[in-house]
Write a protein that binds this ligand. Structure first.
Ligand SMILES: Cc1cc2nc3c(=O)[nH]c(=O)nc-3n(C[C@H](O)[C@H](O)[C@H](O)COP(=O)(O)OP(=O)(O)OC[C@H]3O[C@@H](n4cnc5c(N)ncnc54)[C@H](O)[C@@H]3O)c2cc1C
Length: 458
């Protein structure tokens, strides 16, 4: 489909080289997103190179009345960063990262990937806490919250956000921080892409210190005992340490991570290798960048995914039994439960201080179906949904908007809770009253009836 007359005329006001229409050779690859379940054909893809072009593109997109999708790394589970027949604003050219080691601050483009950020900061032995897969977009990850190996020690990604440059729905360019538009800054920290396009993030950096990593596998018949052991050890772990699991029908993989400053931490990791008798594996000699890209291939582009996540306030026996039971019925060898240990610095911040909701959680869990053949869609989605629902009832209130395949107002209301949702809806009415930015876990502007993005549901 070629752009219609009005769209063509409006797009003609932008520099030619930043507009990709369906006839362009790069269109096919640029329209793709990470989750192969999502196969949409936008009327045009705009690839701005700076904030002024983003602002112009937002104004033009609003004038067309077409759906507008904003894209950084393209990793949204439900495919929020693309659309059929609308406009995709692809920020990937705005991926520059600059680091000032003296002030320990980084300026990160709104289209940067985690690997762009990690590579630039690691040169100075510094880190901003973020996710665990290097091809994830820093944009979407940050705006939902952002959690990873160093979150127990340094907080969520948003807890290290100092300021942001934002293009609002009417094309204004705002500098946003605790002292400038503080209400909007609060909403950016967990509100997803609802309030505007972040073209530049400024993050506080931390010295990482030496890291220690141990990885152990436990056979299916030892999963329950190993998770009970993990639960007990995790309660006593220092905040310089965190733990994650991958649980499939082939068994349990436990990864224990420690970072300075209190020594190398190997000793405190060793018990994770003997959770139910000795596990297979051991301590690994990895640098941080290698660790960050270790799962890249497993969750690579081009596979099919369905995910449903939630928070446990503690890892209880009943949840352990459910996960062990559900893992046996998984549709294939790759579908998994992922879990990461939170608390620590994440819980130092009050739930009201940011839009992100779920600060008291000790674990984030994700039931994730992973497959390659479209003929398996129904079976895999059905397992993921059932697994998610059975864990959901054991989970605390609040949820992480970034790792949910299901969409609609109920998902957002459940994630934020009624009081915070209402506060977000009032903010949305102020900054995006016509709901231009609606391809996200959408917050309906307070004065409007919700327009659930059901066309985006899997
Ligand atoms: C393989 C994989 C691993 C992951 N690991 C982690 C992890 O370790 N920790 C964690 O916290 N999360 C993790 N996530 C979840 C991740 O945070 C979300 O999928 C996030 O939305 C990805 O951001 P993106 O920029 O790649 O996605 P996109 O699809 O490009 O964007 C996602 C949403 O954010 C909006 N958006 C993106 N950039 C901007 C911007 N600059 N300004 C305004 N809106 C924007 C988009 O419009 C869209 O609504 C992972 C996801 C995947 C697929």
């Amino acid at each position: 489909m070629q752009p219609s007359g009005i769209l063509r005329e409006l797009l003609g006001r932008l520099p030619r080289d930043i507009v990709i229409d369906p006839g362009a050779p790069s269109y096919e690859s640029l329209r793709r997103v990470w989750n192969d379940m999502i196969d949409r054909r936008p009327a045009a893809i705009i690839r701005p190179g700076d904030v002024v072009q983003v602002s112009e593109a937002v104004r033009l997109a609003a004038a067309t009345g077409l759906p507008l999708a904003v894209r950084c790394g393209g990793h949204s589970f439900p495919g929020f960063s693309t659309c059929d027949g609308g406009i995709v604003l692809d920020l990937s050219r705005m991926n520059t990262v600059s680091v000032d080691p003296n002030s320990r601050l980084a300026i990160v483009g709104g289209g940067a990937l985690l690997r762009d950020v990690d590579k630039a900061t690691a040169k100075y032995g510094l880190v901003v806490p973020a996710g665990v897969v290097s091809h994830t977009g820093a944009g979407g990850l940050t705006l939902g919250g952002g959690m990873g190996w160093t979150s127990r020690r340094f907080g969520l990604t948003i807890d290290n956000l100092v300021s942001a440059q934002v293009v609002t729905a009417n094309g204004d360019i705002l500098e946003v921080s605790d002292s400038s538009h503080p209400d909007l800054f609060w909403g950016l920290k967990g509100g997803g892409g609802n309030f505007g396009i972040v073209t530049r993030f400024q993050f506080r950096l931390h010295p990482l210190g030496p890291i220690a990593v141990g990885v152990w596998n436990y056979a299916p018949n030892r999963v329950t005992a190993a998770l009970e052991g993990l639960s007990a050890l995790a309660k006593r772990a220092p905040r310089s340490q965190t733990h994650s699991i991958g649980l499939t029908k082939s068994g349990l993989r436990v990864t224990a991570f420690h970072s300075g400053p209190d020594g190398l931490g190997y000793e405190s990791l060793v018990p994770f290798g003997n959770l139910a008798g000795p596990g297979e594996g051991g301590l690994e000699d990895l640098d941080f960048l290698t660790l960050q890209s270790r799962s890249d291939d497993f969750v690579r582009w081009g596979r099919r995914y369905y995910g449903k996540g939630g928070f446990f306030s503690a890892l209880e026996s009943v949840s352990i039994r459910e996960m062990a039971d559900l893992s046996i019925s998984a549709p294939n060898e790759d579908s998994e439960f992922y879990m990461i240990h939170l608390g620590g610095a994440v819980s130092d911040v009050s739930d009201d201080a940011t839009a992100y909701t779920g600060r008291r959680a000790q674990f984030f869990w994700l039931a994730q179906a992973i497959w390659d053949d479209a003929r398996d869609d129904e079976q895999c989605i059905s397992w993921g949904r059932q697994a998610g629902q059975r864990l959901d009832v054991l989970s605390q209130t609040g949820n992480y908007i970034n790792e949910q395949s299901d969409v609609g107002q109920a998902v957002a209301e459940r994630a934020y809770g009624k009081t915070k949702y209402d506060r977000l809806a009032a903010l949305k009415a102020e900054y995006d009253p016509s709901n231009l930015f609606r391809l996200n876990q959408n917050i309906a502007p307070a004065h409007r009836v919700s327009e659930p993005n059901t066309e985006q549901a899997l």
